[in-house]
Design a protein around this ligand. Structure first.
Ligand code: HEM
Length: 337
C-alpha cells in the first residue's frame, strides 16, 4: 500500500453517523421500531440476570423460578422481563400497522417487509418459549399444545415431537429462547436496519414537505419515548408482579394461553388442533404477499384500500376473539385431537 493513501484515508467521526433524515422521523409512529430495539436490549439484560438462577430441568424449572421470585428484586426483574415482553410484542404489531397505513412496504421496501414479517414470528417465538420456561400449569399446557400439534405434521411430526419431549424438554426450550431466537433476531434485524438506512425512511403520506432533521434527533426521540414506555413497564412490574401458576399437572387443562395466543385458542375450539398449524401458516402467507398484491404507487388505489380495510377487519376480528375468549372459561382441547 502506498504511503500517500495513508494521509488521504478518511478518519471516521461520530458526527458522520448524524446523517440527515426526514423531519417526520421524529414522530412517534416512525420511532416504534427503535423503541422495540431498546425493548429487546432490556429483555436480553434481564434475561441474562435470570438465567443465572434458572434450572433447565422438568423437575426443578418451576421451583427455580419460584426461588427467584421469592427475592423482591428477583420478582421485579422477572416481572419487568414479562411486562417488557408484552410491551415489545404489542409495539411490533403497532410498528407493522404503521408500515401498512403509511404504505411503507412497497417498491424498494418489499424486502424489508419480508424481513419484518419473519421478525414478527421470531418475536412471537420468544413470547411462547418464555411462557413455557416457567414450567407452571400455563407454560406446561402451552408446551403440550405445541407437542400435540407437531405430531399431526406429516413425515417429520413424530420425530419433532420426540425431540420436544422427554427429560431434555425444558433444556431445549431454554436453548431456543436464549440461543436460537436471539441469533435469528440478530441475523434478521441487521439487514432490516441496513435496508432501512439504504432505502431511507418512507415519505409521510399526504405531505410534500422536504424539511429534514438528523439521525441523532431521531434517536433522542426514540430514547425519550422508550424512557416513558419502559418506565411505565417498570412501575407495572412493581405493582402487578408476574404470576406463577401451580403445577405442572398432566392430563388437565386449567389455564388459557397469554393474550397473544387467544385467537389460536378460539380457532382450536372450533376447528381442533389443526388450527394451531394452519392459522399461523395462513397469517404468514397473508402478510408476505401484501407487497405483491399492492403494486400501485398511489395511496388511493383500490388495491391499497383493499389491503388497509382488509387489515383493519382482520385486526378487529382478532381483537374480538381475544376479548371473547379472554372472558370465557378454559376449555379442554387436547383430548379433542
Ligand atoms: C423485532 C421486530 C422489529 C424491529 C426491532 C424493527 C425495527 C425497525 C426500525 C428501527 C425501523 C426504522 C423506522 C421505524 O422505527 O419505524 C424499521 C423500519 C421498517 N420496518 Fe421494522 N422492525 C421490526 C419488525 C417489523 C415488522 C414485523 C415489519 C412488517 C411486517 C417491519 C417492517 C418494516 C419496514 C417496511 C420498515 C421501513 C419503514 C419506512 O421506511 O417507513 N418491521 N424497523
Amino acid at each position: 500500500m502506498s504511503s500517500g493513501s495513508l494521509s488521504e484515508e478518511k478518519s471516521w467521526k461520530l458526527s458522520d453517523l448524524n446523517y440527515s433524515v426526514p423531519e417526520h422521523a421524529g414522530r412517534f409512529g416512525y420511532t416504534i421500531g427503535g423503541i422495540v430495539v431498546v425493548g429487546f436490549a432490556l429483555l436480553i439484560l434481564t434475561g441474562i440476570i435470570m438465567v443465572f438462577f434458572y434450572v433447565p430441568s422438568v423437575d426443578d424449572a418451576r421451583s427455580s423460578v419460584l426461588k427467584l421470585s421469592s427475592a423482591p428484586l428477583g420478582l421485579w426483574v422477572r416481572s419487568f422481563h414479562r411486562w417488557t415482553a408484552e410491551a415489545v410484542t404489542f409495539l411490533v404489531i403497532l410498528h407493522l400497522s404503521r408500515v401498512i397505513f403509511t404504505g411503507s412496504y412497497r417498491g424498494s421496501r418489499k424486502l424489508n417487509w419480508i424481513f419484518g414479517v419473519v421478525l414478527l414470528f421470531v418475536t412471537v417465538g420468544f413470547f411462547f418459549t418464555g411462557t413455557v420456561l416457567k414450567w407452571d400449569q400455563e407454560g406446561f399446557e402451552a408446551y403440550e399444545h405445541v407437542v400435540e400439534t407437531t405430531k399431526v405434521i406429516p413425515v417429520i411430526g413424530a420425530l419433532t415431537a420426540s425431540f420436544l419431549e422427554g427429560i431434555l424438554a425444558v433444556m431445549r426450550i431454554l436453548a431456543t429462547h436464549v440461543l436460537v431466537l436471539p441469533v435469528l433476531l440478530g441475523v434478521l434485524l441487521l439487514p432490516h436496519l441496513a435496508l432501512m438506512k439504504l432505502n431511507g425512511l418512507s415519505p409521510l403520506p399526504g405531505s410534500s414537505s422536504s424539511r429534514t432533521s438528523t439521525f441523532f434527533a431521531h434517536m433522542k426521540k426514540v430514547l425519550w419515548f422508550s424512557m416513558i414506555i419502559y418506565g411505565a413497564v417498570a412501575f407495572l412490574a412493581a405493582q402487578f408482579p408476574s404470576v406463577l401458576f401451580p403445577g405442572p399437572y398432566t392430563g388437565v387443562e386449567l389455564t388459557k394461553p397469554p393474550w397473544l395466543f387467544l385467537v389460536l385458542y378460539a380457532l382450536e375450539d372450533w376447528i381442533g388442533l389443526y388450527a394451531l398449524l394452519t392459522a399461523p401458516l395462513i397469517m404468514l402467507v397473508g402478510l408476505l404477499v401484501i407487497p405483491y398484491v399492492d403494486r400501485s404507487q398511489s395511496m388511493n388505489s383500490t388495491t391499497r384500500k383493499v389491503i388497509v380495510w382488509g387489515y383493519i377487519s382482520v385486526a378487529a376480528v382478532m381483537m374480538f376473539l381475544i376479548i371473547y375468549v379472554g372472558f370465557s372459561p378454559p376449555v379442554t382441547h387436547l383430548s379433542m385431537g
